[in-house]
Design a protein around this ligand. Structure first.
Ligand SMILES: *Cc1c(COP(=O)(O)O)cnc(C)c1O
Length: 372
């Protein structure tokens, strides 16, 4: 990696193995839908989608119509599901991409019926029930089921799914999760009987990993397929392998005397004579400025602290009085090197956020390099 300014190395083999691991642990007959929205959580949507399909996923989910169109261009035969709200223009884009669509309200369903004639095939619809997330979906079971009945009775659209989303599946022991699950499960037997073939789905990664009863006919896993832990702990505990590593290199090593500083605002000063390594990566790449003086970087198998304020294009690390690191050495900001590793979960904890935001936050300036 030496000599590469900033690169996200994505191990597609890890994505494939994570999917295989998730798919093999599903309740009998349940399918795996790989969620590749937001450019595959920053990993690259198309490449990760292919790896997920190779690992046993049979559906792909995205949030937006444009994401569905991009995937369709690369994957002519994949089963796509757009989970998010759509404007009329976006609805047309999603239907042209031959994606399944979420319907959550009568008014949106009316719009789908209006546009159905222009679609290449009868729109396939998944009626969403808000069992407690408080976002899209009818809140009352009766109204969600009325919508489902209307879709089922219509000749120009196809009823494909009935679904919900959990608010607290990632909180171990959450009672609210149990309530949402019980609510959804209470209608499942009747729907199965009345609508054979209907795909019931509810689980995200967290629910998939902790509650087999949440699997129903399909699970929608995002974070876990990338080897990131929905519970913000070590992904290895669930047999998941992080797919993404963020690499840079040490562009220069320079000596500082006691009292001298590195970076804007002089937020750090050398307590004694030391050396700093300059890495040509910064918040313009997604290494958040709030990590200034509060994160480590791996170089030659050892951890070195980030010192000074992270700039847009550079950051500095403290290499100590007698550095063994020389210019050109590879640096790892996320990932493993020797026995040391820095997980996205560690950076998330330091920032008071979640691993999702760490990989989604890597900017377009960082090339993604795919390995297996
Ligand atoms: C993003 C998303 C998922 C995937 O969630 P993970 O926690 O990443 O597994 C599933 N369902 C919906 C509706 C989503 O928006």
């Amino acid at each position: 990696m030496s000599g590469r300014r900033a690169v996200a190395v994505v191990d597609l083999g890890a994505v494939e193995r994570n999917c295989a691991r998730l798919a093999s642990a599903l309740e009998g007959g349940a399918r795996l839908c790989a969620v590749v929205k937001a450019d595959g959580y920053g990993h690259g949507a198309v490449e990760c989608a292919r790896a997920a399909l190779a690992g046993g996923a049979s559906w792909l989910a995205v949030a937006t119509a444009a994401e569905a169109a991009d995937l369709r261009a690369a994957l002519p035969d994949a089963r796509l599901f757009v989970m998010g709200a759509l404007t009329p223009e976006e609805l047309d884009v999603a239907l042209q991409a031959d994606a399944d669509i979420a319907v959550w309200r009568q008014a949106f369903y009316d719009l789908v019926r209006e546009r159905a004639g222009a679609a290449p095939a009868p729109p396939r619809l998944h009626v969403k029930w808000d069992t407690g997330m408080g976002r899209l979906g009818e809140r009352e079971a009766g109204r969600a089921l009325e919508l489902l009945a209307a879709v089922s009775a219509a000749g120009d659209v196809e009823l494909t799914g009935f679904w919900t989303h959990f608010a607290t599946a990632d909180e171990p022991g959450s009672e609210f999760f149990a309530e949402q699950l019980a609510r959804f499960a209470s209608v499942a037997p009747r729907l199965r009987e009345e609508h054979p073939g209907l795909v019931l789905h509810a689980a995200n990664s967290a629910a998939t990993l902790i509650a087999r009863a949440s699997h129903f006919d399909m699970v929608r896993c995002g974070i876990a397929i990338y080897g990131l832990d929905p519970f913000q702990e070590d992904p290895a505990a669930h047999g998941l392998e992080p797919a993404l590593a963020l690499h840079s290199y040490v562009a220069d090593v320079k000596g500082l005397e006691a009292g001298e500083s590195a970076g804007y605002g002089r937020s750090w000063r050398a307590r004694e004579a030391t050396h700093v390594g300059v890495l040509p990566i910064g918040y313009g790449d997604g290494v958040r400025r709030a990590l200034s003086n509060d994160a480590d970087v791996l170089v030659d198998g050892a951890r070195y602290p980030i010192v000074g304020t992270i700039s847009m294009d550079n950051l500095t690390i403290d290499l100590g009085r007698d550095p063994i690191v020389t210019p050109g050495a590879g640096a790892v900001l996320i990932g493993a090197l020797g026995d040391e590793r820095i997980l996205a979960e560690e950076l998330a904890r330091r920032l008071g956020t979640i691993n999702y935001e760490i990989t989604c936050g890597l900017s377009a300036r960082v090339p993604r390099e795919y390995v297996r």
